[in-house]
Design a protein around this ligand. Structure first.
Ligand code: IPM
Ligand code: MG
Length: 409
């Protein structure tokens, strides 16, 4: 160990709306615990954005806050939106905060890994044999396509109202995300599926051409093209066949929610949004769960914090170069699930699910922290069987059969 000051990372948190503050608070606690174990520190600052940004400033996010977030080492975001700001005629919408951050900071590649934790197999409605070996990564283009194309508006015409959205991609926008997907595939199992709708869309045909142009630079990667409709089917029919998928913005949005069913819950899927900018420690990025703001359960200690905790692990890996700490968090999440901890969204519907410890946001977070290895704090000795621990006491976890929880006979 050197005697110098501990490395300190500057992180912008954007809790946002609904369960956003619950899950960001949870992930922040896990990051602090990891920092203590692994010998680094955080300098946090919070940005008000989303629906709460509209309430506070009249805009989803202020330009100066996008700038401040962009100057940090990384951003940790919860969720934005809710019924209070859902007026379809409103000019300001909470989601504009996301687009200002993604577009404004050029975070063009959204990485959405989907893994099936073995003990969550019963939480998925899919048959267990389909889930065996599922480990895929969706690389979603994030700063172009229908989300950013202009015009995008409703017009009054002599024939009644007309609405238009614009699907637009430049070659350069396609190339940079496709290249990153090739690199990621090369470092994984060497299989890349490019997803498009080339039988209908001009943007998809350009997408295919660019993928083919990049293919020779990555001879070790096996590339296939898949139409998005059949890809949607194959994702549930044979999900283990996929390694890396790369696709345009809207297709990636839709396929990633579909893929979350494999992992047992939308509450399990993390994401990293990356651009070209490097910091002193790694690649600048924005990290957020793929789930929404779930206003009905906000502030009630019910939200599953694991997607955001796993996003925090991605933050450590990609933006801070702290791979061992990232791995420790992912392992702790795995142990927590193995030990039977479940938030409500993870409780299987099957009646033979056996004994589970149903906990809230805080209880799940405590359980993860208690299982965080790698340093003096809260380490569980290797090989120790699961059993009562402080997290159990603190969370007052109830050992409860899933069928009791669901009120089944
Ligand atoms: C996501 C979300 C957002 C998106 C919404 C909230 C605008 O669904 O990150 O997947 O469509 O990109
Ligand atoms: Mg989505």
């Amino acid at each position: 160990m050197t005697d110098g000051p501990l490395p300190t990372y500057r992180i912008a948190t954007i809790p946002g709306d609904g369960v956003g503050p619950d899950v960001v608070g949870a992930a922040r606690r896990v990051l602090e615990a990891a920092a203590t174990s692994f010998g680094f520190g955080f300098d946090w600052f919070e940005i008000t954005a989303g629906g709460i940004g509209i309430d506070t400033y009249g805009v989803a996010i202020r330009a100066e806050d996008v700038g401040a977030a962009g100057a940090a080492d990384a951003i940790l975001l919860g969720a934005v939106g809710g019924p209070r700001w859902d007026d379809p005629n409103a000019a300001v919408r909470p989601e504009q905060a996301l687009f200002a951050l993604r577009g404004g900071l050029e975070l063009f590649a959204n990485l959405r890994p989907v893994r099936v934790h073995p003990s969550l197999v019963p939480s998925s409605p899919l048959r267990p044999e389909l889930l065996e070996g599922v480990d895929l990564l969706i690389v979603r283009e994030l700063t172009s396509g229908l989300y950013f194309g202009r015009p995008s508006e409703e017009r009054a015409t002599a024939d009644g109202r007309v609405a238009i959205d614009t699907l637009w991609y430049t070659e350069a926008e396609i190339r940079r995300v496709v290249r990153l997907a090739f690199e990621l595939a090369r470092d994984r199992r060497g299989k890349l599926t490019s997803v498009d709708k080339a039988n209908v869309l001009a943007t998809s045909r350009l997408w295919r051409k660019v993928v083919e142009e990049e293919r020779p630079a990555f001879p070790e990667v096996e590339v296939g093209h898949q139409l998005v409709d059949s890809c949607a089917m194959l994702l549930v029919k044979q999900p283990a066949a996929f390694d890396v998928l790369v696709t345009e913005n809207l297709f990636g949005d839709i396929l990633s929610d579909e893929a979350s069913v494999l992992a047992g819950s939308l509450g399990m899927l993390p994401s990293a949004s990356l651009g070209e900018r490097r910091t002193a420690h790694g690649r600048f990025g924005l990290y957020e769960p793929i789930h929404g703001s779930a206003p009905d359960i906000a502030g009630r200690d019910l939200a599953n914090p694991l997607a955001t905790i796993l996003s925090a692990a991605m933050l450590l890996r990609w933006s801070l170069g702290q791979e061992p700490a990232a791995r420790a968090i992912e392992d702790a999440v795995g142990l927590t699930l193995d030990d039977g901890y479940r938030t409500r969204d993870l409780v299987p519907t099957a009646t033979d699910a056996g004994g589970l410890r149903v906990v809230g946001t805080a209880g799940m977070t405590d359980a993860v922290i208690a299982r965080l290895g790698g340093g003096p704090a809260g380490q569980r000795p290797a090989g120790t069987a699961s059993g009562p621990d402080t997290a159990d006491d603190e969370a007052m976890a109830t050992i409860i059969a899933a069928d009791t929880l669901l009120g089944l006979p």
